[in-house]
Structure formats: C-alpha cells, structure tokens
Design a protein. Structure first.
Length: 358
C-alpha cells in the first residue's frame, strides 16, 4: 500500500436536517443511517482503507466527538483524531491537518472527504482518488472530484470547467447554490459539475496555497510547527485555534487559486443531507416506502421515509410523501416536501422544550 497516501475525514458537522436522529450530542455520521450494520463514518473509513494505510487516515472532528470516533473506529489511534477546540469552518482545520501530515511526510498526497456521504460504486471512487493522487504527486495542482448533474439541483454548489479533451479539467469557476433557472442553464451547458466537497492535493501544494492566499492564518498555525505531532501540540491548538478566521476552504483557497482542476467522477454519489436524499437511495417496499429498522403495515400509504428502533411495528394509513421518524423521546411526522424546514423546526423544539432535544 502506498505510504505517501493520506486521508482527512471531515467529521465535525451536526447534520441538523436529519433531526431527530442526528443531534448535537450524536450527529448523523455516527449513525447507521442506511440500515447496513455500519455507521456512515465506519463505511467511509473502511472504503478509504482499501488504498490508504489505516494509520494515515486522520479524522477531523469537534473535540466533543473524540471518544465517539475512537469507539466507532477501533483501528484509529488517538493521534489520528484531530480535534477542533472551536468551530471555524473547513479552512483552518484543513491547514492544521496538512501541516501535521507534511511534518510527518513531506511527500504526502491527501484526499479530504466528508465522513457522511453515500457512494455507490466504491471501486470507481477509489480509482478516481488514485488517479487524482498520481496527478497531484506530479504537479502543483489542487483537485476536486465533481459529480455529473442528473437534474438542476439547487442544494449543491456547481463547478464550471474548461471544455477540453483531458480527463482532468481546469476549473473555470465555482458557483454557490444557484436558483432553479440558473441550475437548469448549468445542466444544459454540459460543462458544469456538482461540488461534492471531495478534494485531493499534496500537502506541499495546499500549504503553499494557504501561504499565498491566507497569510495571517498560515502565520498563526506555522507558529506551532515545532510542536505538531508532540505532546505539546494540544496546548498550542487550544490557545491558538480559536483565533483563526471562520472561513470555508472554498472561499479561502479554491475560489482564489489558479491551479484548481476537477476530475468528473465515475461513481454515483449522494451527500445524504436530508431525509429525502436518504429516501432516494434506499430500496423501496412494494408500496414505495423506504424503511429503516421498522416492520411496516401500510394501507394507501406511499412515498414515505420511515425510521424507528429495530423491529418496531408501524401501521400507517393514508399518508403520502411523509418523513416518519420515531426516537425514544421524539416522534417526527413531517411532509417530505418541507424537509429543508427541519432545521427551523428543531430550533422551535429547543426553544420550547429545551436544548436537550437537539
């Protein structure tokens, strides 16, 4: 296995649109959302471990999830869990991890990937990652994997690339989540991809880009270079990490850099951001319901996403296109078409009944 291959799993988010299953104390990446016997973070770790040495897979998370990570990923050691003492978006934690990895191995190439996405063809995914690793080891480039859009989705960012014959294409522009008309235009043009938030680069290339475009942040984290991967690292990070700017890797680096390239992915992907996206990926019953854990009797009920504790019997009659999620202390019955409002629902629940429900 290639000793220069590394991975950074992003596992610090809360996934509030998957409430009531996903909560601040126990977010969605630590749940078996698909009913497969593996949590999302376990699936992601095991997938990457097919081509990356397990000791080279780092998990970036909030310090409150440190023990959850170690419990769910027994092959990972404490030094592989990189914890943020404060929420500062994706740029600071990626720079921090890249500096740690570069100190350990200056020849490292790494993939930065969310820990909670659904990937259908794992061999195709690993092939795309390997191809990107090889390109980034040869040239000073920053790469991303783009997903071929199947419809004008307004929930994803888009990547425009220069039309040419090369497999790996130069990025012309990143666009944040567009409105429907703009998304339709992008799909029609044929040279736009969905931004999956999967990045590949060498440790040297990404650190060089930070030095160029985020000098203040680079100076902040460079001060700790002597203590990275030592027992003094935690004290330095606790004191300095909260001082970093709250900014995403897209805004901090990718939208500024000239050497950004994209590989159109050959695998089927879903960001599993909502109950509806989970519904889309699960097998359906004869009445077109998606069921996790429950035993269901359905009468004139279809298009529903149903999730309960194991083997709970659920009887539904006359409900169509609803999210039905039963947890010990919360029952959610909510229209699928309003799934984006679940964040606001969660806020109202916490305001009314207390923080412990979120």
């Amino acid at each position: 296995m290639e000793k220069n291959y590394y991975a950074i799993l992003m596992a610090g988010g809360v996934g509030s649109r998957f409430w009531p299953v996903s909560t601040t104390e126990f977010p969605k990446q630590f749940h078996d959302m698909l009913g497969t016997g593996e949590t999302l973070i376990q699936r992601t770790f095991n997938r990457l471990a097919k081509i990356i040495p397990t000791e080279n897979i780092f998990i970036l998370t909030n310090e409150r999830y440190n023990n959850l990570v170690l419990m769910q990923l027994p092959k990972a050691k404490q030094q592989q869990v990189v914890t943020e003492p404060a929420m500062r978006n994706t740029a600071p934690c990626i720079l921090y991890a890249a500096l740690k990895i570069h100190k350990e191995n200056p020849d490292a190439v790494m993939v930065v990937a969310p820990s909670d996405h659904w990937i259908e063809n794992e061999d195709a995914f690993l092939g795309d990652v390997k191809k990107s690793f090889e390109a980034c080891a040869e040239k000073d480039i920053l790469m991303t994997l783009g997903i071929q859009p199947t419809f004008p989705n307004t929930g994803y960012g888009y990547i425009k690339y220069d039309k040419d014959t090369e497999d790996i294409k130069k990025v012309a522009r990143f666009t944040e989540k567009p409105n429907y008309e703009t998304a339709q235009q992008f799909v029609n043009q044929g040279n736009y991809l969905w931004n999956a938030g999967i990045f590949i680069w060498s440790a040297t290339s990404i650190i060089t880009a930070f030095a160029k475009f985020q000098k203040e942040m680079t100076d902040l984290f460079d001060k700790g270079s002597i203590v990275y991967n030592t027992t003094q690292e935690n004290d330095f990070i606790a004191e300095n990490y909260p001082l970093a700017e709250n900014i995403s890797i897209d805004y901090a680096i990718l939208e500024k850099a000239e050497n950004v390239y994209v590989l159109p992915a050959t695998f089927d992907w879903n960001d599993l951001g909502t109950w509806g996206s989970l519904y889309d990926k699960l097998e359906k019953t004869t009445s077109n319901n998606a069921v996790v854990n429950a035993r269901v009797l359905a009468e004139q009920a279809s298009g529903n996403m149903i999730r309960t504790a194991a083997d709970k019997i659920v009887v539904i009659d006359g409900l169509e296109d609803y999210i039905i999620v039963d947890k010990e202390d919360v029952l959610l019955i909510y229209p699928k078409k309003k799934e984006q409002d679940i964040k606001q629902v969660l806020k109202r629940v916490k305001d009314t009944y207390g923080e412990k429900y979120g």
